[in-house]
Design a protein around this ligand. Structure first.
Ligand code: IPE
Ligand code: MG
Length: 213
C-alpha cells in the first residue's frame, strides 16, 4: 500500500496523518471483504526495508499498528476475518508480537482470509524457504514454494500497486510469477472498496495463459 506520505504532503499535513488515513483505508476494505469475490486479501503493511525510514516515522507506524489491533480486533473477530501474517514479524517489538499472536489466535475460526505482510521482504522469504528446503535435502521449486510464508494461502492472482509507482518493491516476488498486475494512480488513503471492485472487474477480463497458448 503506497502513497500515504504523498497524500499528506498534497494537503500540507504531516506524514503521520497520511499513515492514519491509510489505516482507515484498510478498515474500510476489511469491512467490505466479500469472500465470494475474493479468497484472500494480502496487504503489504511494513516491509523489511521500511526500517530505513526515520526513527520517528517507524515509531509512528508501529504505534499505529498497536492502536489498530486494539481498536479493531473485536470487529475482525465478529466479522469472521481470519488473520494471517507473512514476513519476519517475530522480529518486531515483543509487545507487538504478543498482540499479533493473540490476534491470530482469536481470529483462527474466521473464514475471510486477510494476510498482512509485516517486516516482509520477498527475497528474505525466498532465502528462508530455500534454506529450509536445503535442510530437508530437497532444493526444487515445489520444495521451496511449500516453505514460503504464503504456503497456506491461495495462489496470488492479482497484484495491485497504488500511487502510480510501477515496481514490485520486494513484494511476493515468487508468488507473482503468473499473477496479473495492476498499477493504479490512486494514493492508498483514497483507495476504497469501489477501487477494489473495479480492479476485480479488470482482472476478470484478462486472459491467463500460464505459458500455454
Ligand atoms: C506507504 O506509504 C506506507 C508504508 C510504507 C507503511 P508511503 O509512506 O510509502 O507514502 P509515499 O510513498 O511517501 O507517498
Ligand atoms: Mg512509498
Amino acid at each position: 500500500m503506497d502513497g500515504n506520505g504523498r497524500w499528506a504532503k498534497k494537503r500540507g499535513l504531516p506524514r503521520a496523518v497520511g499513515h492514519q488515513r491509510g489505516v482507515e483505508a484498510v478498515r474500510r476494505l476489511v469491512r467490505g471483504l466479500d469472500p465470494m469475490a475474493l479468497d484472500c486479501l494480502t496487504l503489504y503493511a511494513f516491509s523489511s526495508e521500511n526500517w530505513k525510514r526515520s526513527e520517528d516515522e517507524v515509531d509512528d507506524l508501529m504505534n499505529l499498528m498497536r492502536k489498530f489491533i486494539k481498536s479493531d480486533l473485536e470487529e475482525f473477530v465478529a466479522n469472521g476475518v481470519k488473520l494471517k501474517i507473512i514476513g519476519n514479524w517475530k522480529a518486531l517489538a515483543p509487545d507487538i508480537v504478543a498482540m499479533l499472536e493473540d490476534a491470530l489466535d482469536r481470529t483462527s475460526g474466521g473464514s475471510k482470509l486477510l494476510a498482512v505482510a509485516l517486516n516482509y521482504g520477498a527475497q528474505d522469504e525466498i532465502a528462508r524457504a530455500a534454506a529450509m528446503a536445503a535442510e530437508a535435502g530437497e532444493i526444487t521449486a515445489d520444495a521451496i514454494e511449500a516453505r514460503l510464508d504464503t504456503s497456506d494461502l491461495p495462489p496470488l492472482d492479482l497484484l495491485i500497486r497504488t500511487s502510480g509507482e510501477i515496481r514490485l518493491s520486494n513484494f511476493l516476488l515468487w508468488q507473482a510469477a503468473y499473477a496479473e498486475m495492476l498499477f493504479v494512480d490512486t494514493l492508498w488513503p483514497d483507495f476504497k472498496p469501489e477501487h477494489l471492485a473495479q480492479a476485480l472487474d479488470d482482472f476478470a477480463r484478462r486472459e491467463r495463459r500460464y505459458g500455454g497458448r
